[in-house]
Design a protein around this ligand. Structure first.
Ligand code: TRP
Length: 450
């Protein structure tokens, strides 16, 4: 295989690494899923638990993945094999391939909705509609058969196309230019949202915790979403880190990506909840929350027509910089471990994942009767991947770095062989050895059995 003779593809610049890793982390998870599950689980208290999960579990696990990937210099499975021989650790990478399949299959569906919303915005579909009617437009889209599938297929083709183009030309170039624009749009939306009449109700909902509302399930979902939003627990950051230059400071990079990801989620929350209350949308409306709320906001702002188009276009791009990172996990595995040609691996993975996504799309329409433990197929994929597989993967990654890789390897990798100071190493080791695994295990067992 070519990989054995040539140096591996790598990210060109420092900004490129952060942009690519942040591009993976920042996506529909921040702007679609975070607000909707925060709404479902009652607001502020959920946010507090989520932030604790990010700081105590997410951040250390991200650094752990960076360490494994850059030290292993391979995909999610190969890196474990490179670092731990043939012991069974690599099976967590295998589990990651399964997570990647599940996540991307429903992710592609939601990304398809955002593409459809670009067109709906262009054609001014929402003009003059009441909040209820806007809700109806969303319901009409997701319950129809062919339209969402067509968009999902288009989105998956775009994803596959960029992954074939390779790391430098594909991922890095797009992420660097477009993500900062998304940030600016969100800030503008925030300003509009908090100046809506009655905005304070939404801000209270988001920032005033009421812990009596917090359920065990909410805690598990907060943990699962910390992994989902930071792209952890299935090998994405392992795979990306294998492309990071040996000279980069991994600890700083992990911190920057975590802060950027969390900030975008909060900005999305601030844009959405004031509007939820101002327009009388149910905060617990579910997966449609963003798609129903924001078109109302665009109706109520100068230049809203253009902001709407721009917002849904950039959200599609954010989804794309995430979806390529999910597909990359599968493709790197197929091409490096199974010796598939990269192009063939990409086509195979893209087609398979798209096919699994079709019933996910239909589960909000003609297949809504198909329920698994009370969840439709779309929610089942989401639940199993985010709430079960990712935390489990994160637990293994954390234990692996804390106990198996050990202090000297960790020190060597995070200091780039002594180049950087890393006074946080003792704290990091306590978090990965003890705190994160125990916290994940407790939340997990309570959530699953409780
Ligand atoms: N983090 C991305 C988002 O918030 C989705 C994503 C990309 C992901 N890669 C991942 C989720 C790996 C879990 C694991 O939209």
């Amino acid at each position: 295989m070519a990989n054995n003779q040539q140096p591996r593809d790598s990210f060109g610049t420092k900004l490129g690494i952060i942009a690519a890793a942040a591009g993976s982390a920042i996506g529909l998870g921040n702007i679609w899923k975070f607000p909707y599950i925060t709404g479902v689980f009652g607001g502020g208290a959920f946010l507090v638990v989520y932030l604790i999960c990010i700081a105590l579990i997410g951040l250390p696990v991200m650094l752990a993945e960076f360490i494994i990937g850059r030290r292993g210099q391979k995909n999610a499975i190969g890196s474990f094999k490179a670092l731990a021989g043939d012991s069974k650790w690599y099976l967590s990478g295998t589990m990651g391939i399964a997570s990647a399949f599940m996540i991307l299959s429903f992710y592609g569906v939601v990304a398809g909705w955002t593409l459809d919303y670009v067109i709906k915005s262009l054609t001014n579909t929402f003009a003059g509609l009441s909040p209820d009617e806007i809700g109806g437009v969303f319901g009409g889209l997701v319950s129809s058969t062919w339209t969402p599938i067509a968009w999902q297929i288009l989105f998956m083709i775009l994803t596959g196309f960029i992954v074939v183009a390779g790391i430098k030309d594909g991922i890095e170039k797009y992420a660097k230019i477009l993500m900062p624009i998304l940030l600016v749009i969100l800030l503008i939306l925030d300003i509009r949202a908090i100046t809506l009449p009655g905005a304070s109700k939404g801000l209270n909902f988001l920032f005033k915790p009421d812990f009596s509302k917090l359920s065990v399930e909410a805690v598990l979902s907060a943990l699962g979403h910390a992994f989902f939003s930071l792209s952890l627990g299935m090998g994405t950051m392992i795979t990306y880190a294998s492309y990071i230059n040996k000279k980069e400071n991994l600890g700083i990079t992990a911190l920057q990506v975590t802060i950027a990801d969390t900030a975008i989620a909060l900005l999305a929350g601030v844009a959405i909840f004031p509007a939820v209350f101002a327009f009388g949308v149910e905060p617990s409306a579910g997966p449609g929350l963003v798609f129903i709320t924001l078109p109302n906001v665009f109706q109520q702002m100068p230049g809203g027509y253009f902001f709407g188009i721009l917002f849904f276009s950039l959200l599609s791009v954010a989804a794309l910089t995430s979806s390529i990172s999910i597909l990359e996990v599968v493709v790197a595995y197929f091409s490096e471990e199974l010796d598939f040609d990269r192009k063939k691996a990409t086509i195979l993975a893209t087609v398979a994942i798209t096919i699994v996504g079709i019933p996910a799309s239909l589960s909000m329409g003609i297949m809504s009767d198909l329920q698994i433990f009370g969840l439709n197929f779309f929610d089942t994929l989401d639940y199993i991947s985010a709430n079960i597989l990712l935390p489990l993967g994160g637990l293994i990654i954390s234990v692996f770095v804390g106990w198996r890789l050990g202090r000297n390897n960790v020190r060597d990798e995070v200091t780039s062989g002594g180049k950087y100071k890393a006074g946080y190493i003792p704290v990091f080791l306590i978090l990965t050895k003890v705190v994160a695994p125990i916290a994940i295990a407790i939340v997990f067992l309570n959530g699953i059995l409780g």
